[in-house]
Design a protein around this ligand. Structure first.
Ligand SMILES: [Zn+2]
Length: 415
């Protein structure tokens, strides 16, 4: 009678699937380039759907290009359990960021289906559209539309660097899967649990296998455009110049010291700079930069955001400046009961765990206001992520999925 058998994922299958998906968009340096709504992502969808169908699971999509895989429950009135992450990557991304959470959720459904387990409500794995925001900015489009944070109609007009609109890329994705059932974005669910690599060094340093994520730190992003005049590098007097790159240099210097060095917890990055005309002997006419600002304390983040805007305006003269706020995502805390379930599952599986705040943003951020939500982290080597040598140990990969299985199975009335 005693439920002595603890449900476990198939660790080899989970690892093999991660490695198989890593071949779709593989880069020569061992990483992955699988941009949102690209042919590579379509190929990844095809593979995930094929695995799902083998296990008797049901694939579907929505207008926002999110992919859902469903294991049907026995009680149609019970709310579904939702778990997943994303299949898109940075241009020089790794084999684990995002895809791990999708494959781990699929593995949970597959194990339950194989063992003939019938959850109370549906259990649904999800791959959110465009989490990374590298091809189409900003990121987290799929989860934001699902959560009602953004209107899909407005996002469809956004374009990538080649001028391709989100809407056209979405239509191409859906056209590649003409028989896939499609619904309007958004449905009610009971809980959301996302498994992910930590993307930081905390778990590895502490020797912990499972991270119980307490919340996500807040983030603001900005696009700053500086406009001056172009001119001949040899003839135009320094005093007469409106040099956009010189304005950038003044602003960047002020931002690094007065925002980036504010305290030990702030994370300040100018990750992108475009200069026009970007010619060796022409005074720059235009500089466009993207800034990413994060802080675990909401009030400090607001303060630094306001300071950033003021510094950009204060140091631009004689150029003109526009500061556009792109993302303003406040920090959030995850559900304490779910955190407890994750911790208890790790304990039952004899996996050392640690509570920690997520320094990176995740789709779970947008699920948290809708229903109790949480995240399970596993370590990644040296904390490296968004890089081609990103790495997670097979044992940790299986451990995180085992914990996910435990949490969802208990919630579904199985274990
Ligand atoms: Zn991710």
């Amino acid at each position: 009678m005693a439920a002595a058998t603890v449900l476990r994922v198939n660790a080899d299958r989970l690892w093999d699937r991660l490695m198989a998906l890593a071949r779709i968009g593989a880069t020569p340096a061992g990483g992955v380039n699988r941009q949102a709504l690209s042919v590579e992502e379509i190929a990844a969808w095809r593979q995930v759907i094929a695995w799902s169908e083998e296990a008797g699971l049901i694939a579907s999509t929505d207008d926002a290009g999110n992919l859902f895989i469903t294991l049907h429950g026995s009680d149609p009135t019970a709310l579904p359990l939702l778990s997943g992450s994303h299949l898109d990557s940075q241009p020089t991304g790794g084999k684990f960021d995002g895809v791990y959470g999708v494959v781990a959720a699929l593995e949970v459904l597959t194990v339950l289906a194989e063992q003939g387990q019938r959850p109370r409500g549906d259990v649904i794995a999800v791959a959110w559209m465009n989490e990374e925001g590298s091809r189409f900015a900003p990121g987290m489009m799929g989860s934001e539309v699902f959560a009602g944070v953004r209107e899909l109609a407005a996002l469809r007009d956004l374009r990538d660097a080649d001028g391709v609109a989100v809407g056209d890329a979405l239509d191409a994705l859906h056209a590649a899967f003409p028989t896939l059932p499609r619904r309007r974005p958004g449905f009610v669910f009971e809980v959301y649990v996302e498994a992910h690599i930590e993307q930081g060094p905390v778990l590895e340093a502490a020797g912990a296998t499972i991270g119980v994520v307490t919340g996500i730190q807040g983030k603001k992003t900005y696009e700053v455009e500086l406009r001056g005049d172009k001119g001949h590098a040899g003839t135009l007097a320094m005093a007469d110049r409106r040099d956009a790159l010189a304005a950038f240099a003044r602003i960047a210097s002020a931002l690094y010291t007065q925002v980036g060095a504010h305290d030990e917890q702030v994370k300040f990055t100018i990750g992108q700079l475009r200069v026009e005309p970007n010619a060796p002997s022409v005074v720059p006419e235009r500089a466009l930069m993207r800034i990413d600002l994060r802080h675990p304390d909401a009030a400090t983040l607001d303060l630094l955001g306001a300071r950033l805007v003021a510094l950009c305006r204060g140091h631009a003269t004689p150029c003109e400046v526009d500061v556009r706020a792109l993302v303003d995502a406040p920090g959030n805390g995850f559900d304490t009961e779910l955190q407890g379930s994750i911790e208890a599952a790790a304990h039952r599986l004899e996996l050392p765990s640690l509570r920690l705040l997520s320094a990176a943003g995740h789709d779970a951020r947008h699920m948290a206001p809708l229903a109790p939500s949480a995240m399970i982290f596993i370590p990644c080597r040296a904390g490296v992520s968004h890089a081609e040598h990103e790495w997670a140990e097979p044992g940790h990969v299986a451990a995180g999925a085992d914990v996910l299985l435990q949490v969802l199975a208990r919630r579904a009335g199985i274990a």
